[in-house]
Design a binder for this molecule. Sequence first.
Ligand code: ATP
Ligand code: CA
Ligand code: CA
Length: 432
Amino acid sequence: RVIVGTKVDQNHVNYVTAYNMLTGIRFTVSRINAKMDRELTAADFDAKHKFSFDITGNELIPSAKYDFKFKDYAPWVFRHLRAKFRLDPADYLMSLTSKYILSELGSPGKSGSFFYFSRDYKYIIKTIHHSEHKLLRKILPEYYRHVENNPNTLISQFYGLHRVKMAYGRKIHFVVMNNLFPPHRDIHQTFDLKGSTIGRDLHESDLERNPRATMKDLNWVRRNRHIEVGPIKRDFFIEQLKRDVVLLQKLKIMDYSLLVGIHDAARGNEEKLRDKTLQVFQPGGDREEDTSPNSLIRTPSKLENERKARELRMLIKRERPVPLDKAAAKMPEEILDERKFHVFYADDGGFQATHENNQPGEEVYYLGIIDCLTHYGTIKKIENFFKGLSHDRSQISPIAPEGYGERFINFIKGITMSKEEAERHREAQEAS
Ligand code: ATP
Ligand code: CA
Ligand code: CA
């Protein structure tokens, strides 16, 4: 699957922001990586360091193209987290600091976040709201402990937390995290599942316009889809999901989703034979902004797409990684190296379908719990109150974290049952 947003080049409105983000990451990550490793201390979780970049630079800070301030949070903690997630330090820097930086996907949706892919699509930079930033800092010790005790956690892998501020500009908080979807496999269908039904529907007509748009719970149910991984892997998956949800409940987090990308091996190979045209990937299929004329995101023209396709093919063909500063060009096999250690990301970057009789299935699932930095705070309480007046309360998506997690788990349990099992389950329920 080739996912391409809009390349952030010099003419892009967010070029300076993106440039500053990457310059800051390069400097702060190199700085921490240069130090001799040591154990974490409690103070490391609260640490923050501020740097001023300008066009002259000084003996500590290299010169930059623009004036901006950069804040780095808990660098030691994130260095250790990256190691736990088995990222190669040099590789991480190379992916995020190539000259042709990033592509931007999506535009401000409900949350107002922007998403940027690293050049090799391994990492996503997501701009986050100040409240999400504060929450991540607060939960960092518990998140860290969870990752330590759960190497196969499905919760988003956070690799860095930073803030950039341009001269006279506003403060932009952002995280670097894993892209759940692999760069070299077509994802034929994407679902964002919460276990709620109200408003959780992507219009089928939107899907006709963009077959890769992210679908939601009702689309899943209507298609009678199932995650088929056989009994052994299913138990393992549900067990991990439960452990992750217990943490999120404890931290009073809600509004998260299970992101499910499905690669169909049969279809994938067919499509590989035809000429590969690049797909524009839009997060949240419900984002009307994406189609508005003054949207930040342009849909690339056919010519642009072809040019990008050529560039990408050249990147993939190149034999060896090129020096820092040039585009990161690793072979697709290498790209997924670190994922081999993760049970749910070990089969070609994902989780291979398995039939009930333990024979391998045709599909590969790419799974993870995303958008998990929303605290059940005042905003949600207000939202809950108003929606609660007009709908069945258990079906509204902003319910308290306990109930949210329970409903989430129940939904996922339901869709990982085999079709026969689900049938029996339903009959039993109807009988009682
Ligand atoms: P909202 O709060 O309105 O739901 P948001 O701006 O917080 O939106 P997310 O829910 O985090 O955004 O993500 C939106 C979409 O972006 C997802 O449905 C998914 O398609 C894509 N996406 C998000 N995180 C990842 C990831 N780690 N890997 C791949 N795709 C992702
Ligand atoms: Ca979301
Ligand atoms: Ca969100």
